[in-house]
Design a protein around this ligand. Structure first.
Ligand code: MLT
Ligand code: MN
Ligand code: ZN
Length: 305
């Protein structure tokens, strides 16, 4: 299994266009040791030719330009992206599908019926695309069904319902329904290796913890260091947990959970918010992650399993 991190930041990217917090201005001015990042998305493949895209970020065109294998140029109009999986209906994970409207046939999109509903009603991107290439919707079933998704033939996909939060425009905002947000277990039938991917993870439920313990690599929610980080910075009135993101620090935080995984499990954070101090490679928070054997993903990162 080949995994490419196309984007590693949370919504807004890093730096965020209108933000002058110490992190965003620091990376913009080159005064902190940090890498700019686009909004979170990964691509997964068995053969390195055909790819499954996980989430379509508003930065997708830049991400495709920076990842040559996604543009194989075999015919006049061509793409290496065979299927698109949408793990939630948030703006930073879905609006990129509009940028793919020139696709020659209906876009093969895999998501739960809850996400499909949000993208047909609250933010009707699927209806808009109906006027262009259209959407070929394939249901992601969170009831334990194993999926085969075109673009990654040796991999089986098991979606897991996660407790997080639906987008502000969803009829289910603050009233979670099953399938609002999913994580994905990906098992390579050839290498027998497993990746667990969850860029939005609000609570460590037993079925999620079980999946994480059986994975070789966990690529999980790294949105915020502390629950009230955005409030402290004056950036927003929202806590990490209210947005459906488990903070890294504190009691019951992501760090405590990752510490309990087997030593050989590779632990990587993704979907990192621009207020998160771990983006500064010289920060004490980043040093603490390193001490715990936890990596911070960056755009262009490649993982082979
Ligand atoms: C989230 O992950 O909670 C959302 O993407 C936030 C946003 O984009 O506004
Ligand atoms: Mn997000
Ligand atoms: Zn900022």
């Amino acid at each position: 299994m080949k995994i490419k991190v196309l984007g590693s930041a949370a919504g807004g990217g890093f730096p965020q266009w209108n933000c002058n917090c110490p992190m965003c201005s620091g990376v913009r001015n080159g005064t902190i040791n940090a890498k700019a990042r686009t909004q979170s998305s990964i691509a997964v493949s068995s053969d390195g030719v055909d790819w499954v895209l996980f989430n379509a970020s508003p930065d997708i065109l830049t991400q495709i330009q920076q990842c040559g294998v996604l543009q194989p140029a075999r015919t006049l109009r061509d793409t290496g992206i065979k299927s698109i999986v949408l793990l939630d209906a948030q703006i930073d994970h879905t609006t990129g599908i509009l940028m793919l409207r020139e696709h020659k046939s209906p876009l093969s999109i895999w998501c739960t019926s809850a996400v499909k509903e949000d993208l047909s009603e609250g933010n009707p991107l699927f209806k808009v695309l109906g006027h262009y290439c259209s959407v070929d919707w394939n249901e992601l079933d969170v009831k334990g069904k194993e999926h085969r998704i075109p673009g990654a033939d040796s991999i089986t996909f098991n979606p897991l319902a996660l407790t997080s939060n639906a987008p502000p425009y969803s009829p289910h905002r603050d009233q979670p329904v099953e399938g609002d947000t999913v994580g994905m277990m990906m098992s390579d039938q050839q290498s027998e290796k497993k990746l667990f991917y969850a860029p939005g993870l609000g609570e460590m439920e037993p079925h999620v913890w079980q999946a994480m313990q059986s994975a070789d690599v966990v690529l999980v929610d790294g949105t915020m260091w502390s629950d009230n980080e955005m409030i402290e910075r004056g950036a927003s009135s929202k806590t990490a947990r209210s947005m459906g993101h488990l903070p890294q620090s504190g009691s019951g935080g992501m760090l405590e959970w990752l510490d309990k995984l087997p030593d050989q499990t590779r632990k990587i954070l993704i979907h990192i918010n621009n207020t998160n101090p771990i983006l500064d490679e010289d920060s004490s928070e980043r040093a603490l992650l390193e001490k715990h054997g936890i990596e911070v993903s960056h755009d262009g990162m490649e993982i082979e399993l």
